[in-house]
Design a protein around this ligand. Structure first.
Ligand code: FAD
Ligand code: SAM
Length: 676
């Protein structure tokens, strides 16, 4: 949700189904759609009311954005996806390729309720199955789901809290509105002037809206906000409904210019990614999905040779007892990562994995207290659940001697396999890869970036994405970012009679993974050596890895099977920030930020105009994934590529600000401290 006072978890819809299977809301005492023919009503009111087919024909951009108040059963969404697919089939070479459907829902259906409601519409069986398969955790905020060429941003929570979270970035970016949301008489809180005013600010000039209601208060509110409103014949027996247009142009008023997200300028096509780990894998995937031309430059002879090259890694949301914003980011990222990994699996990209949960051991009072505080935040139980010792032992398959918490949907995967096989797949989809290419310089040309490698070879690209792990600060443009390397050694140990029963990842002041099947070994780790990028084996860290588990879980009889003596280990270097949150976005210009925002504190205090933050045009980065890159990389990559292309972003403004690479500098400047 948007801030500390808003609820974290979502309340589900309370429904009954009529004899004809039309859902009825008990919370609003109203039906979701016409009992005569819900689908025909949806097509008439919202699709035709916005004149979608004709507008798509005339659209001169690669994407079109619809926003809806009230996702309900998703019927409007399905009807719209179906129409868009027909449009795409009939116009395969049309510039318009992608649809963004942003829908706000205060009381989402449960997957069971969706299944029941969708029985009436067998033509949507495939869409319904995908929606249920990837249905988000009941956490308020934005959840992005992909349906081929259509992306659905399902915002759980009250639209009054969430619409402002589209933020400055979405000003003048929405093409059409489906103004649904029960009769104004049954739901007066939603139909507010604030809603209409925000709708207007987020609308492009020429954007349209349609709504089933003809209530005069709604008409007047929309007119007062600036829309031109017309009455049309309503669906079936209904006399009237409202449609309208934003026919005027308004000035964009950025409220938070110092964090303004910058899209690429000029031609967006010829993209270079510098990297070779999980961050570059997902960035390349997101670019290729949009038909962009991408080249990967990797200094190693193959992908996944640094941090992303471990045999096993844990995948779960990092929930914190004191920073709900960070926790929410990891919760959304976790849901998104699982969706993309499932798609990889279906595309037969092979990587070993196990999804039998993550058990967090409360190995001392402090950890126990922390887990209780997280539990008090009331996360949905499939994301976080306190357990006693017996439950935790049963769930993890191995005898434990402490209470703890369980993340039922968490698990582990093989990062090296994922990244190497993922890149091999992307190469088949058109990705160009250049291995053994250490990029040492980035020089801006008139319209391009020139990359120079260690042999002096030069390459030209419109856009460059830096996803090169802890070396991201090696360029003059990024040298001032407050990032640091953290060396880590993870030990591989053989399985044992009892150890082999471990089903879930076990977390303590380290972690132990279940056995991987081909090699019958577990990973145990990992050390954290801040400001160290050395990658040689350390006997001391090997011993540390064993000592941690022996001390933390003292008394468990299977600990005798922990055997590090073969000295099998893998060393990688993470890239971290103090806030334990990644950085993603355009590369901020340090010297210009220091100069132009020298007086930011006073400008803000005196409410004087503030220019947008300075960035290097068409130079982006995704990094500082710390110890959670497997969870965060997919959502960050999607967000980055959307930002480059000016598409809607799958995260709320509060989280985007927290991810902005300039955040540490801006925080100082906002307090009146100059940058040095
Ligand atoms: P990297 O994987 O380091 O990739 C950087 C790439 O950039 C490399 O391929 C390198 O060749 C290339 N490169 C660098 N500079 C240049 C250049 N100038 N030109 C060309 N190429 C360049 N995360 C989890 O989610 N769960 C875990 O359980 C987990 N355990 C971990 C254990 C250890 C020991 C370590 C080290 C990390 C662990 N992590 C874990 C963190 C996770 O692995 C990282 O967050 C993630 O791999 C970072 O990916 P990346 O793509 O940003 O960087
Ligand atoms: N468009 C839906 C469909 O295709 O099934 C039907 C929408 S139904 C008539 C109205 C929806 O608006 C309900 O699901 C309701 O929970 C939701 N809603 C009502 N008030 C809301 C609010 N303040 N914020 C977000 N959603 C709201």
């Amino acid at each position: 949700m948007t801030n500390k006072n808003k609820p974290l978890t979502t309340d589900f819809a309370q429904l009954k189904f009529n004899l004809d299977n039309t859902p009825v809301s008990l919370q609003f005492d109203d039906i979701y759609f016409s009992v005569q023919d819900g689908l025909a009503e949806s097509r008439y009111v919202f699709l035709q009311g916005n004149n979608l087919l004709q507008r798509w024909q005339q659209h001169r951009q690669p994407h079109f954005v619809i926003a809806e108040s009230g996702f309900g059963s998703g019927l409007n969404f399905f009807a719209c996806v179906q129409l868009f697919r027909q449009f795409r089939q009939q116009n395969p070479n049309h510039l318009l390729q992608r649809l963004y459907f942003i829908s706000f829902e205060k009381y989402p259906f449960t997957p069971q309720q969706l299944q029941q409601a969708h029985r009436t519409y067998p033509e949507f069986a495939e869409l319904s199955a995908r929606l249920q398969q990837h249905y988000p955790f009941a956490v308020n905020g934005c959840h992005r789901l992909h349906f081929g060429e259509t992306a659905l941003d399902l915002w759980f929570g009250d639209i009054r809290d969430n619409l402002p979270q589209l933020g400055d970035y979405m000003l003048q970016k929405i093409d059409a509105w489906f103004l649904d949301g029960f009769a104004p008489s049954k739901n007066p809180q939603m139909w507010s002037d604030e809603l209409y005013q925000l709708m207007f600010r987020y609308s492009k000039t020429g954007a349209t809206f349609a709504t089933f209601t003809a209530a005069s208060a709604v008409r007047k509110g929309l007119e007062a906000a600036g829309f031109t409103v017309v009455k049309q014949k309503g669906f079936a027996h209904k006399r009237e409904m409202l449609c309208g247009t934003k026919s005027t142009h308004d000035e964009k008023q950025n409220k938070i210019p110092w964090y303004q997200a910058q899209s690429a300028v000029g031609e967006v096509n010829n993209i270079a990614i510098i990297g070779g780990g999980v961050a570059s894998l997902f960035t390349a995937l997101c670019c290729l999905k949009r038909g962009l031309n991408v080249t990967l430059y990797c200094e190693d002879p193959q992908p996944a040779m640094n941090a992303s090259g471990n045999k096993q890694g844990a995948l779960y949301p990092q929930l914190s007892d004191d920073d709900l914003r960070n926790s929410r980011f990891y919760a959304y990222a976790f849901g998104y990562a699982k969706q993309l990994l499932q798609d990889f699996f279906e595309q037969k990209i092979e990587f070993e994995s196990g999804w039998q949960g993550v058990a967090i051991c409360a190995y001392n009072c402090k950890v126990k207290q922390k887990l209780e505080q997280i539990s008090a935040q009331q996360w949905p139980t499939d994301l976080f659940q306190l357990c006693d010792q017996n439950q935790l032992s049963r769930l993890s398959g191995i005898e434990l001697n402490c209470d703890g918490a369980f993340i039922a949907k968490g698990g582990w995967l093989a990062p090296q396999q994922l990244v190497q096989n993922g890149f091999a797949y992307l190469q088949k989809c058109g990705l160009k890869v250049r291995f053994n290419q250490a990029i040492t310089e980035l020089n801006p040309n008139a319209n391009n970036w020139q990359l120079i490698n260690s042999q002096g070879d030069k390459f030209e690209h419109n856009i460059v994405v830096l996803a090169n792990g802890y070396q991201i600060t090696q360029f003059p443009q990024t040298a001032k970012l407050p990032l640091y390397p953290v060396r880590g050694q993870v030990s591989q140990i053989p399985t044992g009679e009892q150890l082999k029963n471990l089903k879930s990842v076990l977390c303590f002041d380290g972690y132990l993974t279940p056995a991987d099947l081909p090699q019958k070994s577990h990973c145990i780790g990992a050390s954290h050596m801040r400001n160290c990028a050395d990658r040689t084996f350390s006997l001391e860290e090997q011993q540390q890895n064993a000592d941690k588990i022996l001390q933390n879980l003292q008394g468990c009889n299977w600990l005798t099977e922990i055997d590090i003596s073969a000295n099998r280990a893998r060393i990688g270097v993470r890239c971290s920030t103090r806030e334990r949150l990644p950085i993603m976005g355009a590369v901020p210009h340090f010297e210009q930020t220091a100069e132009q925002y020298r007086n930011l504190f006073n400008l803000r205090r005196r409410r004087q105009p503030i220019p947008p933050a300075p960035y290097y045009p068409n130079l982006y980065l995704l990094g500082a994934l710390g110890s959670r890159g497997l969870t965060s990389a997919p959502l960050l990559a999607e967000t980055l590529v959307c930002q480059m292309l000016g598409e809607p972003l799958p995260l709320g403004e509060d989280i985007l600000h927290a991810l902005n690479p300039n955040r540490t500098w801006i925080r100082k400047l906002l307090k009146g401290t100059p940058l040095t």
